[in-house]
Design a binder for this molecule. Structure first.
Ligand code: MIG
Length: 634
């Protein structure tokens, strides 16, 4: 059962597909008060209560004991003391003394103090007066999630080939670089389905252009790669380069499609291409215009995209940098004392993603100017919706692969997400695992992290362990930043170990795909915290390093360096399986704690009592897989 408590005049975020009758906020069962124009409410938590949710966010599966903020942020340091990442997924679920879910449909800032100030109190502050709070009740957590998911609509389903292994790096600069990736994967016998094109494929970072020097006759090149079974996936950034003669920019400016400042002129901000206009994706006319631009790349044979920088990330605004440069110029020739120097340094450092810039931006909603801060969390979701709406109209459902960096609930119907700029840190294997059930609860089924880690240098063992988790995530993509150590599977000693791990993915694809479809059709989770399946088992309830997968499996990746295995908790008797290349090793284990040994080229998996899963033979491409020719694992 879902009850909607409404206040003021909420902005339509498009999060829900079902309309619920409005109840007055005064009927909301939790105690609340107004402060500084915002609404704060709280509820008590019993010691055994667990709080799930918040989708893509820092820290644990159980969100208790920290303060989070819904504010889409381009922050490349996903440390545990952060409060937000790129998404705003305003759903939480309490399980324990009571069972209920809350979804706050509000596109500006929300502060979730989930036992940070007071261990036994959750205190939630909505930074505004126009919002809907949905209280979701059900017999158990899974029922609550299903009811919520039914209300927000079916999750995006990508094409089947999007379940293949994908290689990315910022940047494969030209056709020769892409060719080398494919050739070296092929030579190492490692399966591969996609290669990514990061910002450098464009002409001076202009959306919907292709640098002809880097990729002469791109259409033919894309066709050739498709004939090799490889999909090329270009990036699209939110900002549109300000350049005379660049039609996308000129059309945007002439039609008033860019976000504005208070005086009605275009807001101008610097990103990769230099000064850009930011399409006002909240306006349906702008969405239609921008969405149709993807056709240029579809015409060249492209069938997958990733949308980046759409929090939106702004390195600096034209006004901001002007003021900073003036400040610096005034200091020329002067003797800077310490505070003067630090002030100057902070002035420049503070130019990126500045709150003052976000506050200076206006959107056009139904003909009225609306300040960006009121709708900040809808920007990336709306960019993704623009493309999603276009693809659905012109190509049909499930034909185009797309995922976004920023998101809000509702975008899960148009696309998947990736978890942004993580690090090549061991702790980020677990962070990846911990985000999965939350993202699923919020409708995002097609998701994954940069395997091997994006920032900083990876090691061979880290990439292998990361991949062994990635074998199970719908998006299985190895991605890394410019200037970091190369981390493609063939870069390290004994590439056959990488082949062994990635082949396991291909053997599992028919099962993973079927489980994904089932989760999407049933408004269910692909990944679940153990407690959803074993609610009365105190150890399972607290487990933060293992997940249930589908109806048959449990996963428990190795996440530390220099260890030959890990401790696993089995909430019931299970079959422990080690998969490696075409090899399958099974061992019956009883309920309880076990130390399992897992070599670097092995993928550990647990099958529940009385269950089995289908496996097929690996292939170099998903297109070569014999999907129907499977054998049961047990
Ligand atoms: O400011 O396009 O998260 O995946 O490689 C960095 C370059 C911009 C951020 C994305 C990352 C991508 C990178 N982008």
């Amino acid at each position: 059962m879902i009850i909607r408590y409404s206040h003021g005049d909420p902005i339509d975020t498009g999060a829900l597909v079902t309309a619920f009758d409005k109840h007055d906020l005064s009927e909301f069962p939790f105690k609340g008060q107004w402060e500084n124009g915002g609404f704060r409410f709280s509820f008590p938590m019993a010691p055994q209560d667990i709080l799930y949710g918040l989708g893509e966010s820092p820290r644990g599966i159980n969100k208790r004991g920290w303060v989070y903020e819904s504010y889409c942020s381009d922050d490349p340091f996903h440390t545990e003391t952060k409060q937000s990442l790129y998404a705003a997924h305003n759903f939480i679920l309490l399980s324990g003394s009571q069972t209920f879910g809350l979804f706050i449909d509000f596109p500006a800032r929300i502060r979730w103090d989930l036992g940070y100030t007071r261990q036994d109190v959750a205190e939630i502050t909505i930074d505004g007066a126009d919002f809907d709070i949905y209280l979701i009740q059900g017999d158990d957590p899974r029922a609550v999630i299903r009811a919520f998911r039914a209300a927000i609509g079916k999750s995006y389903v990508p094409p089947r080939w999007a379940f293949g292994y994908q290689q990315s790096r910022w940047s494969y600069h030209n056709a020769a670089a892409v060719d080398e990736v494919i050739a070296r994967y092929d030579r190492a016998g490692i399966p591969l389905d996609c290669v990514y094109l990061d910002i450098d494929y464009m002409e001076r970072y202009k959306d919907f252009t292709v640098d002809e020097n880097a990729f002469p006759d791109f259409a033919r090149y894309v066709r050739e790669k498709r004939a090799q079974g490889i999909h090329l996936i270009p990036i699209i950034d939110a900002g549109v380069k300000k350049e005379e003669g660049y039609d996308v920019y000129e059309e945007g400016r002439e039609n008033g499609y860019f976000c504005k400042k208070a005086d009605g002129s275009d807001f101008e901000g610097g990103v990769w291409p230099g000064i850009c206009g930011f399409p006002d994706f909240l306006d349906p006319a702008v969405r239609e215009w921008f969405g149709a631009k993807y056709q240029r790349l579809l015409d060249l044979g492209i069938d997958g995209f990733w949308n980046d920088m759409n929090e939106p990330a702004i390195f600096y605004s034209a006004d901001g940098i002007e003021a900073a440069l003036e400040e610096a110029a005034a200091l020329k020739g002067k003797n800077l004392d310490l505070s003067g120097f630090f002030h100057l340094k902070d002035t420049f450092a503070g130019l990126s993603n500045a709150q003052s810039d976000y506050s200076s931006i206006y959107h056009n909603i139904g003909g009225k100017p609306v300040n960006h801060q009121r709708v900040h969390n809808l920007y990336g979701a709306s960019m993704t919706k623009a493309a999603g709406e276009y693809f659905e109209k012109t190509c049909g459902k499930g034909k185009i692969l797309m995922f976004s960096r920023a998101s809000y609930i509702g975008a899960h119907r148009s696309a998947g997400i990736w978890f942004g700029d993580n690090h090549s840190w061991w702790s980020h294997i677990l962070l990846n695992l911990k985000m999965l059930p939350g993202a699923n609860m919020c409708g995002f089924l097609y998701c994954g992290a940069d395997l091997g880690g994006f920032n900083e240098n990876a090691t061979r063992d880290l990439v292998l362990r990361f991949l062994a988790l990635g074998v199970f995530t719908p998006l299985m993509r190895n991605h890394s930043a410019l200037g970091t150590r190369d981390q493609e599977g063939y870069r390290f000693e004994h590439p056959e170990d990488f082949r062994d791990v990635i082949q396991v993915r291909y053997r599992l694809i028919p099962y993973l795909y079927a489980s994904f479809i089932k989760a999407s059709e049933n408004d269910d989770l692909l990944f679940r915290p153990l407690s959803l399946d074993y609610p009365d088992d105190p150890i399972a309830r607290e487990c933060e390093t293992q997940l249930m997968l589908g109806d048959e499996c449990m996963i428990a990746p190795v996440y530390e360096q220099n260890v030959s295995g890990r401790t696993v908790y089995l909430p019931e008797d299970m079959t422990f399986v080690k998969l490696s290349g075409e090899r399958t090793e099974t061992q019956a284990l009883t309920k309880g704690l076990h130390y399992i040994k897992v070599a670097l080229n092995e993928v550990p998996l647990f099958i529940r009592k009385g269950k089995t899963i289908p496996l097929c033979k690996p292939a170099m491409r998903t297109s070569e897989l014999k999907w129907d020719d499977t054998v049961p694992l047990i």
